[in-house]
Design a protein around this ligand. Structure first.
Ligand SMILES: [Zn+2]
Ligand SMILES: [Zn+2]
Length: 129
């Protein structure tokens, strides 16, 4: 079973409230929900956000927000051998980011976790880095 990425109205509302908020998990089973604005992000942000969300799914949910965020990145690091950076960008302050080189390394790994249609729609469709 692979994870799907799909747009979600709640993610749109969260993005309107906080610009750097593009996505969430634990809303629908086996899905990473994204805001419409997610589609316009460069892959350096998109892939970083996706691996962070996969980290959340692996780490599981805790009531402590800060613990959740730390554990998500530890899990992302263990699976993808990649440290997620947080940078201020035109797309949001302190937004998840990885380098273009890391994006290229990670895409094949991502394809083993994310379903084909979601990869096509949100990752392969974009070669902008
Ligand atoms: Zn959702
Ligand atoms: Zn998070």
């Amino acid at each position: 079973m692979k994870l799907e990425i799909s747009k979600c109205k709640q993610a749109d509302r969260e993005h309107l409230r906080a610009k750097r908020q593009y996505d969430h998990t634990f809303h629908k089973p086996n899905k990473i929900c994204v805001a419409s604005a997610f589609e316009a992000l460069p892959l350096t942000h998109k892939v970083a956000i996706i691996i962070h969300e996969i980290g959340h799914i692996i780490a599981g949910y805790s009531d402590d927000k800060e613990t959740n965020e730390i554990n998500a990145n530890i899990c992302a690091y263990m699976v993808f051998d990649t440290e997620i950076k947080y940078i201020d960008s035109p797309y949001g302050k302190q937004l998840e980011y990885i380098t273009p080189k890391k994006v290229e390394e990670i895409i094949p790994l991502l394809a083993s976790v994310i379903d084909g249609a979601s990869m096509k729609r949100f990752v392969y469709s974009q070669k902008d880095f």
